[in-house]
Design a protein around this ligand. Sequence first.
Ligand code: PLP
Length: 275
Amino acid sequence: MVNAMDIKKVIAIGGSDPSGGAGIQADIKTFVELGVYPYTALAAVTAQNSKGVKSYEILSARFLRDQIEAILNDTKVHGVKTGMLGSSENVMEIAYLVSGQMIENSIIDPVIKANDGKMLVSEASITVLKKRLLPYCFMITPNINEAEWLTGINIRNVDDFMGAAKALKETGVEWVLIKGGHLEGGKAIDLLFDGKNEFYFETDKIPIENVRGTGCMLASAICAFLAQGMQAYDAVDKAKTYVANKIKKAVLLGKGSLQAIHYFNKGELNEDRAY
Ligand code: PLP
């Protein structure tokens, strides 16, 4: 029998991807696979498939708040992960939530553009995210493009990581994880920084380019591990291994990018866990 007291609960707040590769659907699958209960609140709904985003609609801040309140009036959650928030007003809703300390373990994946280059949020919302949301958050997980957008710093190599990490740290966020997977070269290097400690994660690049939702899965996995009591370094380390395994086993389900597969195949479950 599962004891309800032992279940860690987390909420993903972001956009729906009907093809399941990215967004809320990727978050849910990651949470379930890593053993935390997935609550969700939709900030936006996209129309997309493995080839790209066709269109999207951003939901109102009022409606986003109703969804979040419906959950939080009913239960306690142990972590929150945000993705595509869309508007400044939606970012402000999350800022109220996190600054009011209603949720710990807040992981911000600063979604700005889709893989196909389509802008998914308003430009104004990026400033609001920096000024109003990040000061209260535990971790932000930008890739290089997102870190450049957020800081205005040009990142050409690993030496530039620290400048961007320091600039993001100045917002008040506790931890900054800069994901360097998109830099040229055979190694994928990430930097985790809290203002004092800097940890570099260096791995061989997996020669598989176009898997969708890797940023969503990584941030969700970090959130799941933190909610289960891990420290920041260990949560990032384990989450990276988890996503690397997802990339290695990704498959082509549509006509565009590869899709990560989660363990809906029972036979695989015990012999082949990613962690
Ligand atoms: N959320 C939604 C709804 C998206 O459509 C996308 C990308 O298209 C993302 C998040 C970000 O995905 P990634 O994991 O590639 O950063």
